[in-house]
Design a protein around this ligand. Structure first.
Ligand SMILES: [Zn+2]
Length: 227
């Protein structure tokens, strides 16, 4: 689009696209696919991910199956413009954001980038945590979005469509970064069954006061029964 020759003094208007779903649903893969197609269309692109997630690499977004794209690993989004530099930000057409649930300033950033700066923002993140509650600010930006795509994974127990992320360990903090060692995608039935098994195991363990090691191996045993 030729902005210089446009009869409008305003730049082109921005867009917000949101990709949500449980873990292992291919959200990052889908984000990378869209970003690469923007690059192929000659658009100027930057990717941002949270500096909280250091599982694979700090300078690139990596999918569970190993695809890569260079990125900025940042603690927040508002610092991005300054880090990138005014000139580079000005030239930018598309901003990809991965693991968006970790960014508290997601709403303000998307608003500013799309409404005022004319950027296309493509956001990928978890809609829900392991307790199926809203995770971070991801759901807050749905009213800002042009499109919303909810992806599904495969239930690790039965192979049907999985909508939820089940945590296999006893850890209860919301932000626990991990892969297949900690989480598994499950369908509704196996999410509910899993909770029942974990609850029953906990009650049993508390009553016989086993030490911590035995607790975790027992929970693992419970998880493997489900599988
Ligand atoms: Zn299932």
């Amino acid at each position: 689009m030729d902005r210089v020759g446009s009869s409008y003094p305003q730049r082109v208007s921005g867009e917000v696209h949101v990709i949500i779903g449980p873990m292992f649903a291919g959200k990052t893969t889908s984000l990378l696919r869209r970003i690469k197609s923007e690059v192929n269309n000659g658009r100027n692109v930057a990717m941002i991910k949270s500096s909280k997630d250091t599982r694979y690499a700090t300078d690139s977004v990596v999918t569970h199956d190993g695809a890569k794209f260079p990125c900025w690993a940042l603690p927040d989004l508002m610092s991005f413009r300054q880090k990138l530099g005014e000139d580079a930000y000005e030239k930018l057409d598309v901003i990809g954001i991965d693991e968006a649930q970790f960014f508290e300033d997601l709403y303000d950033f998307c608003c500013k980038a799309a409404d005022h700066d004319g950027k296309t923002v493509i956001v990928s993140g978890l809609d829900g945590d392991y307790l199926r509650r809203s995770f971070g600010s991801v759901l807050d930006i749905i009213p800002l979005a042009d499109t919303v795509t909810k992806l599904t994974a495969r239930c690790e127990v039965c192979g049907k469509k999985a909508f939820f992320t089940f945590r296999k360990t006893e850890e209860t903090k919301t932000e626990l970064i991990g892969g297949a060692d900690v989480y598994m995608p499950v369908c509704r039935q196996h999410y509910v069954n899993g909770l029942t098994v974990v609850e029953a195991t906990k009650t049993l363990l508390e009553s016989i006061k086993l030490h911590h090691h035995a607790q975790s191996s027992c929970l693992e045993a419970a998880a493997s029964v489900l599988e």
